[in-house]
Design a protein around this ligand. Structure first.
Ligand code: ZN
Length: 330
């Protein structure tokens, strides 16, 4: 693993005045932040973090997802006021059978809606950035369009998530993303959804080992066992398992740091737990080879070679690299 995000229940995790190791960040949920009482502004973060869209919580509670418009507006506010936000999950629909039963949709339908949501977030984010820029510089909003930024999906804070139930659902979902114009191979974080409860099963293990060979996967909400198993193949993951108190008694102790009443609510305990998990997880074994392993369907859609960033190009296609260097318009 390269980066581990410890599930945080409160904004105080981001603002605490302690050293946090560089490989540790925090994960907060949009659903949780939305429930915070209205205040004038959010506090500024001292530590980096990622945003979970809270889709699982909304779906599980049978609540409607926030509109993409309100989600983008909230993320812009988090980015401006809290800061330190590294990326945000898209508003993905889950594909567990019981989740499908709640929504009355099939796996493929939710997978299709996830692509629509991603491109909607993409459009809303960059349009808002363009309007800001136009207002700031007194320009006609219709004249401002950040085509270069729009084309580079690593610059968009929102990251796509793979969803499915059977392993082949996920494989089809990968193809659907490419077909929808999202080159997953060039996205720096690809969420892997709906596997947290089944992570120990053989088919899921085979799937994760296969996908992690060419995608920069993020494991959502993993348990301790899964973190140990997949640490060497997942570049990033998040987990709330430190507060669940099922494995060790420590979580039930009174806080030894004098910060809160119980360790299961303590940000320092959470951070130290995260550092231990990270140390046990091992280095991401694919970090050097991942860019060479382009799957057939990605290589043949013709977009891969043209859209790789220069530092990735030399690993992939020497002709394309030469074309980029020699093309004066590139
Ligand atoms: Zn403590």
């Amino acid at each position: 693993m390269e980066q581990f995000y410890v599930g945080a229940s409160e904004l105080t995790f981001l603002t605490m005045d302690v050293e946090v190791p560089p490989e540790i960040g925090f994960c907060l949920s949009h659903r949780r932040l939305q429930r915070r009482p209205r205040q004038s502004a959010f506090p500024a973060a001292r530590h980096k973090w990622m945003l979970d869209s809270g889709s699982f919580g909304y779906c599980n509670a049978g609540e409607p997802l926030p509109s993409p418009e309100s989600y983008v507006a909230a993320v812009r506010r988090y980015d401006a006021e809290i800061g330190g936000l590294e990326w945000a999950a898209q508003q993905d629909l889950m594909c567990e059978p019981w989740m499908l039963a709640k929504t009355g949709r099939a796996v493929a339908e939710n997978q299709r809606l996830n692509k629509e949501n991603f491109w909607r977030l993409h459009e809303l984010w960059w349009r808002a950035e363009e309007l800001d820029y136009a207002a700031e510089h007194g320009l006609d909003p219709d004249e401002v369009r950040f085509d270069g930024f729009r084309a580079d999906l690593t610059l968009l804070p929102f990251k796509p998530t793979l969803q499915g139930w059977e392993p082949d659902d996920y494989r089809r979902d990968v193809e659907m993303w490419y077909a929808a114009g999202v080159n997953l191979h060039e996205v720096n974080v690809v969420g892997l959804g709906s596997v947290c409860r089944r992570a120990a099963t053989k088919p899921i293990r085979t799937l994760i080992e296969e996908l992690s060979g060419y995608l920069d996967l993020h494991g959502f909400g993993l348990k301790t066992d899964a973190l140990r198993t997949y640490g060497p193949v997942l570049p990033t993951a998040d987990s709330h398992a430190w507060s669940e108190g099922t494995r060790h008694e420590e979580e039930r102790w009174p806080c030894r740091h004098g910060r809160v009443k119980w360790e299961r609510n303590c940000p320092l305990y959470a951070m130290q737990w995260g550092a231990r998990i990270f140390a046990d997880s091992g280095k991401d074994i694919h970090w050097e080879s991942r860019w060479k392993g382009v799957p057939e369907y990605a290589a043949t859609n013709g977009r891969v070679a043209r859209s790789l960033a220069p530092h990735q190009m030399d690993l992939f296609d020497l002709d394309a690299w030469a074309g980029l260097v020699l093309d004066p318009t590139a």
